[in-house]
Write a protein that binds this ligand. Structure first.
Ligand SMILES: *Cc1c(COP(=O)(O)O)cnc(C)c1O
Length: 352
């Protein structure tokens, strides 16, 4: 018997998530993972590195609670938003029996986490307006434990319609949890659904420091939910998930000066995004510019422009979504800094 055959059947069959890092590429301008172009500066105090950290460092929980306008009991800090997604699946879904529901095309980790844990996946594709098909989802509610929505959706950029979400939340009462992934919400903070948490115990939000806070490297995310949900997740999470240096950096990022830095970065990115969108819309090589509510924009290029290859030749790494259903000729561009956006526009304007 080979070692591979000793592994769980589920794992043997698994294709790992094709993260931007794993796909890689040759280049010097990385616009494929929705990372920020800079991280900021942080101090580290190494005096307590001999001690195990707190499971839920209070300085991080309290600072994020203030920032997000929720109670500390409504919060869980995790190793990136991805761990929050995985914990929800491991806490609420019985392997080999339960399902999650996803609205494709969307973020890939919901399906990957379900698969690794032997949990089924029901797909209800986005409708022609790229909104969740709320009627279609509601029909399936007795078949699923968790419904994953993403707002702004990665990669299409659309915000979830609030009236539809309310209808879904009411239908999901005592049947399923509705998870709204707000990884990019800092780029359109007025669109958060956090205001609904108090009235809808079946609502869960996912947040992260990886995007607007520029801290993808520290792996720090948050789950916002009613205290009963948080209590269940706390039973499943590892005893020391948040390394001490991560807690220190996260607390600094969530301090008043840290939040001001983040808001400045968001304003810069949103301004660069507006310029890029304008130029893309004016280009004969572009067929469609999708809603740009995050720090990225999905673009459908005219067939035959081979934009991805031309960018790659110029050292610019983007994310190709052309093979996804409904996203033919679509490429996602992360909004980097001014020089990076200039490089993108230069390639776009080249003679073909
Ligand atoms: C980036 C991202 C996350 C979480 O990223 P982490 O780095 O694990 O915090 C979650 N959801 C979406 C849609 C994302 O794009």
């Amino acid at each position: 018997m080979s070692i591979t055959q000793l592994a769980r059947t589920q794992v043997q069959a698994l294709t790992p998530y094709q993260s931007a890092r794993r796909i890689g590429g040759q280049g010097h301008i990385w616009l494929n993972a929705n990372e920020a172009a800079d991280s900021g500066e942080y101090q580290l105090d190494c005096a307590r590195l001999n001690r195990y950290p707190e499971c839920q460092p209070p300085q991080v929980i309290n600072a994020y609670a203030t920032y997000a306008g929720v109670d500390p009991e409504q919060l869980l800090v995790t190793r990136g938003g991805d761990e929050g997604i995985e914990l929800l699946i491991r806490t609420f879904c019985e392997p080999g029996q339960d399902n999650i529901l996803i609205c494709t095309p969307t973020y890939g980790m919901y399906a990957i986490s379900a698969e690794t844990n032997g949990v089924g996946i029901l797909e209800v594709p986005l409708n022609d307006d790229r909104q969740p098909d709320f009627d279609g989802i509601i029909k399936q509610l007795d078949q699923v434990k968790l419904v994953f929505l993403c707002s702004p959706n990665n990669p299409t950029g659309d915000l979830v319609n609030s009236a539809g979400l309310l209808r879904l939340l009411n239908a999901a009462k005592d049947r399923a949890l509705v998870v709204v992934d707000e990884a990019y919400i800092e780029f359109c903070p007025e669109s958060t659904q956090a205001g609904l948490l108090a009235d809808y115990p079946q609502l869960v939000l996912i947040r992260t420091l990886s995007k607007a806070f520029g801290l993808a490297g520290i792996r720090c995310g948050f789950t916002l939910a009613n205290p009963e949900v948080i209590g269940l997740l706390l039973k499943v999470i590892a005893p020391y998930p948040i390394p001490e240096p991560v807690a220190q950096i996260a607390a600094q990022a969530l301090s008043e000066p840290g939040l001001a830095t983040m808001r400045g970065r968001v304003a810069d990115i949103n301004a660069l995004k507006a310029t890029l969108v304008e130029q893309l819309a004016a280009s004969s090589q572009v067929e469609q510019v999708f809603a740009a509510n995050g720090n990225y924009v999905l673009v459908r290029f005219t067939p035959g422009t081979q934009l991805f290859a031309r960018m790659s030749k110029a050292g610019i790494i983007l994310r190709d979504f052309a093979s996804k259903p409904g996203l033919s000729d679509c490429i996602r561009i992360t909004i980097g800094n001014q020089a990076e956006m200039d490089a993108v526009l230069q390639v776009l304007q080249q003679e073909q």
